[in-house]
Each structure stands twice: as C-alpha cells, then as structure tokens.
Design a protein around this ligand. Structure first.
Ligand SMILES: [Zn+2]
Length: 694
C-alpha cells in the first residue's frame, strides 16, 4: 500500500458563500419534489459542497486537503460533508444554500431528522472503501451518526471531537483514536475553538507534505496523529488570533469603492460575427410590482389580481433590456399560470412585451434527471403556439457533479442529438420562430466541438449553456476556442452570464447576446450589494423588516416573549426617521441611531435561535445615508420614491430596487457598446474611465 486511502468527514457550517433570503430551510428538505423546485429557484446559487461552506473549520480543512492533493495527487484524499440539510454528501455535489444545522436542534429532533436522512447507513457505506478516516464533527453531528457502525480491523478512524461529544464514539472494529478538544486546547494551539478541528487537520497536512510516510504511520498507529500536530510548528501566515475575524473587518473590505477594471482584450483577431452587436436579455420570473402600492401604509391595492401587477418595462419609458428570456419551467409553474398564458394569446401578450422573447426549457430545473423531461415535438409546438421569437433546443447541463467523465459525454451527446432533431423537425414542419441550438461542454475543446457541430446542423443562432457559475477566466478560453468556428452570420448567446467588466472581451470573442437576472435579484438576495450605481459603486439597502414578518420574531411574539407594541413602535420610528432624513428634517446621526435601534432589537431576537454572527450594519448604513445615491439617480423609480427605493422591506420596494439595478446595468452596458470596442487598446483604456463619466 503506497498511501492509505483517506477520507475526511466534516460538519457543514452555517457560513456559506451565498446567503440568499430565500435559501432552503428544513421544511424544503422534507419533500424531494418540492426541494427540486426550490433548488431550481436558487439555480444561480448552486455550487459544489466543497466550495459552498465558508466557516472557519471548513476553510482550514480544505486548505489542508489542497496541500495533500498538491503533494500526493488529486486522489490522495476525499472529502464528505455531513450536511444537516442534504445528509452525507460528496465534496463535488451541487447544492443550494440552506439554513439548517444540527447545532440548534433538540436531541430528539437530531435523532428523528438523522433517521429520515438515513445517516447511519449512508455513513457506514461511505467509509467502506477507505483505510484512514478523519472525522471532524460537532456534538450533534456525531450524535446523528448513531455509532457504532460496521468497520474493519484494516481501517483506522481518527476523531477530532469536543470533550463532551466523545461519549457518542463507541467501540469499533477499526483502530480508533480520539483527540478530545477543549477551550484549553484552543489556547494551547493558539487557535479559536470555532474552526480548531480544521486548523489541526491542516497542521497535520503540512506535516505530511514534509514527510509523506506519516499517513501510513498514523494509519498503523493513530496516536501518532497527536504527536505530529504537537510537533508541527505553527505556520505564521495562518490566523493566529484566538477569535474569528470580526465582522467589522469583513465589512470594511466590502465597503471600499469597487472600480471594475475591464478585462484586456486578448491578442487574437475579433470573431467573424463581431459586427452583429450585442444584446442583453433578462430572464423572467414573475418580476412584477403593484402599481398602486401604498408605501406609507405598506398596503397592496385591495382586490388586485397579481397577474395585473406591472413589469419593469411597463414602468420605464423604454425597456432596460433588449429582450426577455422565458423558461418553460416558469410558464408551467402552475396549471393556472399556463392557462393564463394561453388565454392571453401567447407569451407577448402575457408579459405585455412587444420586443424579442426567447424561450428555453430551464435546464437547471432538471439538472439531476438522467435525461431531460421533455421531447422535441412538444417543445417545438410550445414555442410556436405561444409565439416565441426564439426557441432553444432541449439541453442537459454538464456542471459540477454532472461533469464527471462518463456522465459528461452522455449529456453532451443528448444535447447535440436534441439540437439536431430540433432543427430537422423545425424545417420539416415549417415553424416560424428562429431555432437556437445549444452547445454544452466541459472544457474549451468540447465546447468548440459542440459549437462546430451545431453550426454544421444549420443553426445561425447558437447558445452556450453551463457557464452561469463559471469564472470569467474559465469562460474566456472557451470563447477563444469557439471563436474561429463562428461565421459572420452566426449569433452566439451566453446563458446566465452578465459581467460588465468582461463585456468588451466577450464581444470581441463572438458573444452577441447574453442573459442574467443578477442585477435585478441582487437587490434582495445580496448581503451587501443591494443598490447599484452608474459609477459601479454598490450599497447595502437599509433593512427595516415588518415586525410580524420574520419567522423567528413571529414565534417569539406567539410565545409572548416579545412585546409587539415595542417592536412596532421602533419599526415605525425607523421608517419615519428615514423619510424625515430624506427631506432634510432629521440629521444623519439621529437617523442612523434610530434605524440601528430597530435592527438591534430584531437581531437580538434572531440571535436567540441562531448562533450565526451578524455583520455590523453601521458602516454600511452610514455610507448610504451620507451619499444619498437615490438622489443622483435619474431613473423614474428613484425620482418618484426617493429613499423608499433603498429600504429593504417587502416585494414592492425590493423588486423596484431591482428594476433600478437593471436600469443601471443596461445604461452601463449600452455606454460600453457605444464606445467602439474593436479599435485597440487606446479605446480600452478609455473604457476603464467610462464609469466615471456616465
Ligand atoms: Zn434609480
């Protein structure tokens, strides 16, 4: 045995890379079908488990894992995460952000939920192929495994566990070593108790990098683990502080003005289709508001029909997008909705938009299915009957866990086969909408091949899927590989990607349209970047939640532990203060204090049931109140509503703020296009200053 096969099992952490308001909760996990729908809603936040968690334990652990992989190869160690929502999952599983932890469950809740997740036997199966298994689990997580499980004498288990949780570790057939950890240990290792397990694993990994034999030694004699980490000198670049980095520090980093540098255009010739220009599509997901909403009283129009609420393009004198993308999953959301779209006489009438409408199947909605749940005949009919201008062939995403060799080829073939079928039948039956063929892939070569094939089938509009979550630096090489295959008459759509800093590059490489709802949805889903401006600077919206809305507060109210009157008074005072501040009858200091008093009250209530750290709102609020960005925005919404636009409260404010963000994005996008992008670097340096002059 060169090295023992290593598995690390670790707890999920509350801190995640995205924390959308509508993240999954325990209730969502209880019904698989419902979960699938909710995950589709959160598609833009899907991310592999390895990257989702940003808690200290996870970050330190993954740094250690990276070290081992660099030293011993990618297969040196596997990671499994014990998620209180998803159960025991592999590192490369695609998951959505959720707010579920075993930490705040009562013991019988832990036991019940662990049983529904089948943790005991999943865990038993998961560790079978490994020789050396490290467990970095908190008390209730260890409890949830209901040890003992079946192990073998040729296995070694190393537990890093708090003193009190060691009682859940039972005698096993495998060699077992327990490293019990306490506050004293945290001091001794000069690392906070939160994250200590991950930190110690990283220490061990550092030692293994110097001496690879240590893995085998610990496998044979696990008590050596403690000796190794005690001897391993503390690395100075690590967080030596005893506490986790303060929220204040984090907020300062975010707060500094973000000036985006436009990416340099690569030294390759422009794509042959560059003269076709570039268009922005917005994906539609019932983004409507009540036109007669009462902002002072927070009341909806009595007896209104939500389908008659208005879209952004019905508010602004001209739309802030060139077209709209409507996914089939959105149309089919309910029987009523589908019926209303049909009764309206098609998609244009339903969303009251005369411009270009593109239809797709919403591949994120069925990412986990083996094959897409639609067939080409019905989809062709659907696009034609509802009057779409463009219809996208049925594709299957190749991302995250579905990009593994074996699986990815299947999905690649399905996507191409569907594209071929789609255009063939489109021709035969004489449909009138413009067909778009999808190309999926997993690296520049596979994408380029797919695009070549799709163009070969006769398409003059190709769509690239699966890149919504990819980094720009991953997308650019793909576009570079595709670019030579494009033709002067072939358009290229990029699904789910809107990055202002990359637009000149994307256009140079042949992208002629893209879609994204990210500016819109950041208004309520982003933690700190809720209000966008033309200068590219972003602000956090001021949270004044309705007292009775928050679940936790509701519970507190019901149990009588909170006085409703007090809450309501503080809430009204916060709103009044902001409105007075906006018209200049209240000073900044008092306004800030009044708003924060209410926030604190809410926060205290939330912290009672949730141990997660909340960020310090003060510097964010101070900044937005000081700069009053809504005053300098010329959009209709800001002009009409003033400070209401930046108050984080109810759909009618939050979504309007999203409309404003879309307005800002589109203005910046158009300004970029008007600059002639393809005339070399001199133009490019001007682009860099463009945000300043808008
Ligand atoms: Zn505005």
């Amino acid at each position: 045995m060169p090295h023992p096969s290593v598995l690390v099992v670790t707890s999920c952490t509350g801190e995640k890379c995205a924390k959308p308001e509508n993240q999954l909760t325990l209730a969502d996990f209880k019904d698989p079908e419902h979960l699938q729908r909710r995950e589709a809603e959160l598609a833009e936040f899907l991310c592999t488990a390895g990257k989702m968690y940003t808690g200290m334990q996870h970050l330190r652990l993954m740094e250690g894992v990276q070290l081992l992989r660099q030293a011993l190869g990618q297969d040196a160690v596997d990671v499994a995460i014990l998620s209180a929502g998803y159960g025991l999952i592999e590192e490369n599983w695609a998951i959505a952000p959720y707010e579920v932890t075993f930490n705040n469950m009562r013991v019988n809740e832990v036991d019940d939920w662990a049983r529904s997740l089948d943790l005991h036997s999943t865990f038993e199966k998961a560790i079978t192929p490994y020789n050396l298994i490290f467990l970095l689990l908190g008390e209730n997580y260890l409890r949830s495994l209901t040890l003992p499980v079946e192990t073998r004498p040729d296995q070694t288990l190393v537990f890093l566990a708090s003193n009190s949780s060691t009682r859940f570790i039972r005698t096993l057939a495998a060699k077992t070593f327990i490293l019990p950890l306490s506050n004293t240990d945290a001091k001794r290792y000069r690392y906070g108790l939160v994250g200590l397990k991950g930190f110690l694993f990283k220490r061990f990994a550092e030692a293994v990098c110097k001496d690879a034999e240590l893995l085998k030694t610990v496998y044979e004699e696990p008590t050596v683990f403690q000796k190794v980490i005690d001897q391993q000198e503390t690395q100075l670049e690590l967080t030596l502080g005893l506490s986790i980095p303060s929220a204040k520090k984090a907020s300062k980093q975010v707060i500094k003005p973000q000036t985006e540098d436009y990416l340099a255009i690569p030294p390759c010739p422009p794509a042959p289709n560059v003269h076709l220009g570039m268009q922005y599509y917005i994906p539609e997901w019932d983004d409507r508001v009540d036109p007669n909403y009462g902002f002072l009283t927070d009341t909806l129009t009595p007896g209104r029909d939500p389908y008659n609420d208005i879209y952004a393009h019905e508010i602004y004198p001209s739309p802030n997008y060139d077209g709209i993308l409507v996914s089939k999953v959105v149309v089919d959301e309910s029987k009523t909705k589908r019926a209303r779209v049909e009764a309206a006489g098609g998609i244009h009438n339903f969303i009251r938009f005369p411009g270009q409408i593109m239809g797709d199947c919403g591949a994120f909605g069925y990412i986990k299915e083996e094959v897409p749940p639609y067939n080409t005949d019905e989809i062709l009919e659907y696009y034609e009957n509802l009057g779409f201008n463009y219809g996208v062939s049925i594709d299957h995403l190749i991302v995250g866990p579905f990009a593994q060799p074996g699986e990815r080829e299947k999905r690649y073939e399905i996507t191409l086969k569907n594209a071929e079928d789609f255009i063939k039948k489109h021709r035969e039956l004489g449909y009138t909408f413009t067909p778009m063929g999808v190309a999926q892939g997993w690296n520049p070569e596979s994408y380029a091949n797919a695009v070549k094939e799709v163009i070969g089938m006769g398409y003059d509009y190709v769509a690239l899927g699966g890149l919504a979550r990819a980094q720009t630096k991953e997308i650019v090489p793909i576009l570079k590989a595709i670019s030579p295959h494009l033709k002067p008459n072939v358009r290229l759509h990029l699904f789910g990607v809107a990055r202002i800093e990359a637009i000149p590059v994307f256009r140079h490489l042949g992208v002629t349209s893209f879609d994204s709802a990210s500016p819109l949805r950041q208004a309520w889903l982003s933690g700190t970047k809720n209000y966008h401006t033309l200068s590219s600077k972003t602000f956090m919206a001021i949270r004044v939640p309705p007292t009775e809305r928050g679940l936790k507060i509701k519970r507190a109210l019901e149990s009588g532990s909170v006085d409703l009157e007090t809450f309501k008074r503080y809430e009204q005072e916060a709103l009044d203060a902001l409105r007075q501040f906006d018209v200049g009858t209240l000073d900044l200091e008092t306004t800030l204090k009044t708003v924060l008093t209410y926030s604190k009250l809410i926060e205290e209530q939330e912290n009672k049931t949730d141990s997660k750290k909340s960020i310090d709102l003060e510097p964010f609020y101070l900044e937005i109140l000081k700069e009053k960005p809504w005053n300098s925005c010329k959009c209709l919404i800001c002009q009409e509503l003033g400070i209401e636009t930046v108050i984080f409260r109810n759909n009618d404010r939050n979504r309007r703020r999203g409309f404003h963000n879309t307005y800002v994005f589109y203005k910046r996008f158009k300004a970029l296009l008007e600059e002639n992008l393809d005339q070399g670097s001199e133009q490019l340096s001007r682009l860099k200053h463009l945000s300043g002059v808008l």
